[in-house]
Design a protein around this ligand. Structure first.
Ligand code: SER
Length: 314
C-alpha cells in the first residue's frame, strides 16, 4: 500500500482503521476524509472534507494524492436508513459508484468496501448462513449493500479493478460510537453499565445477532487486502466471530457490574434484526485467506469494561 484514501474516516470503523493504516503507510501517505471534522485522536492525520456524492471532487482527490488504495467506508446505517430511505440509497449507492468509477479511471490498485449481514433477508437460512444463499434484504441499507456487492463484482469482472469486501456483523468498539445501526445496542449497553445506569434495549431479550470486536474487524480487513489475488474466490466474504443476544450480553456484563440490568422495549429495529442471520458460516474466508477471530464474548466484555473505565478515569 502506497498512497491510501479512507472515506467515512470519522465513523466507527474508519476512525480505528485509519490509526492502524497510519502505522503501515506512514502519516504522509495516508489521506482521511469525511463530511465532518475528525475527532481529536485523528487530528494529526491529513484530513480532507470530501462529500463522496461529489464525483469530481472524489476524482480530484485521487488524482492529486496519487491514491493507489481506497477504503470506502462512508455510508448510512440500517436504522437511520429506514427513516431516510432515498438519502440512504443515494449516499450508499451513488457514493460507491463514484468511488468505483474514480478507481477505474485513475487506475487505483485496490478498493475495500464493507458489506453487511444486512444484505441477507427473511428467506435466507438465518442459522449458519452460508456464503451463497437466498438474499432478500428488507431494509434500504440491506438493499444498498446487496446491490453494492453486485456493483463491486461488476467492476471486478468488467474493468479488472481489485475490489474486496466483507459482510460485517455488528461491530463492538470503545473508541468511537456507531451511529444509526441495528447492532448499536451492543455498544450503548456498555456505556450505560459504566455510568451505573440500567439499559433500555430496543431489541428483544432473545434476538441473536452475529457480532465482532473492532480489533478483529480491522485485522480481517488487512488480511483480506493482503491476500494474494489467486486466493480470492468471492468478492464479499461472510465473516463471523461470535453471536450473542441482549440477554446473554447483559449476563456477561453483570459479571463486572452485578447490579446492572436491562429492560426490553423492542422497536422496529428488532424486526430488522429478525431478518438478519443469527450465526454465520465463514468457512470460505477461513479457507481462502486464513480468517480466524481472536475475541470471544467474554474477552470482548473484559476489554470493553477495562478500556471504558480508563476513558472515564482520564
Ligand atoms: N451494523 C450495521 C447496522 O446495524 C449492520 O451492518 O446497521
Amino acid at each position: 500500500m502506497k498512497n491510501v484514501l479512507v472515506t467515512g474516516a470519522c465513523g466507527q470503523l474508519g476512525s480505528e482503521l485509519s490509526l492502524v493504516l497510519e502505522k503501515m503507510t506512514g502519516t504522509e501517505n495516508l489521506v482521511i476524509s469525511d463530511i465532518c471534522r475528525p475527532p481529536a485522536h485523528l487530528s494529526h492525520l491529513q484530513f480532507l472534507m470530501l462529500d463522496i456524492l461529489d464525483e469530481q471532487a472524489v476524482k480530484q482527490v485521487i488524482e492529486e494524492h496519487s491514491i493507489n488504495v481506497i477504503f470506502h467506508l462512508a455510508a448510512m446505517l440500517s436504522a437511520t436508513g429506514e427513516h431516510r430511505p432515498r438519502q440512504a440509497w443515494t449516499l450508499n449507492m451513488e457514493g460507491l459508484i463514484n468511488v468505483l468509477d474514480a478507481a477505474r479511471t485513475h487506475k487505483v490498485d485496490k478498493v475495500f468496501w464493507p458489506s453487511s449481514i444486512a444484505a441477507f433477508g427473511s428467506h435466507t437460512q438465518l442459522d449458519k448462513t452460508p456464503q451463497h444463499t437466498i438474499m432478500d434484504p428488507e431494509t434500504i441499507y440491506g438493499i444498498s449493500k446487496l446491490s453494492g456487492e453486485l456493483w463491486c463484482k461488476y467492476y471486478v469482472d468488467r474493468f479488472a479493478i481489485d475490489v474486496r469486501s466483507i459482510r460485517f456483523p455488528g461491530l463492538i468498539s470503545y473508541k468511537s460510537p456507531p451511529g444509526g445501526g441495528t447492532t448499536d445496542y451492543a455498544v450503548a449497553i456498555f456505556h450505560q453499565a459504566l455510568k451505573g445506569e440500567d439499559f433500555e434495549c430496543f431489541l428483544g431479550e432473545n434476538t441473536r445477532l452475529p457480532m465482532m470486536y473492532m480489533p478483529d474487524a480491522v485485522e480481517a480487513i488487512f488480511k483480506l487486502m493482503q491476500a494474494p489475488k489467486e486466493s480470492i474466490s468471492v468478492r464479499s466474504y461472510n465473516l463471523a466471530a461470535f453471536s450473542v443476544t441482549p440477554g446473554e450480553l447483559t449476563l456477561a456484563i453483570q459479571k463486572h457490574f452485578p447490579h446492572f440490568s436491562t429492560r426490553y422495549n423492542p422497536d422496529f429495529r428488532d424486526l430488522i434484526a429478525k431478518t438478519w442471520p443469527s450465526t454465520i458460516d465463514d468457512s470460505v474466508a477461513r479457507n481462502d485467506w486464513g480468517w480466524q477471530p481472536q475475541y470471544e464474548l467474554s474477552e470482548v466484555v473484559n476489554d470493553m469494561v477495562t478500556n471504558l473505565r480508563m476513558t472515564i478515569d482520564d
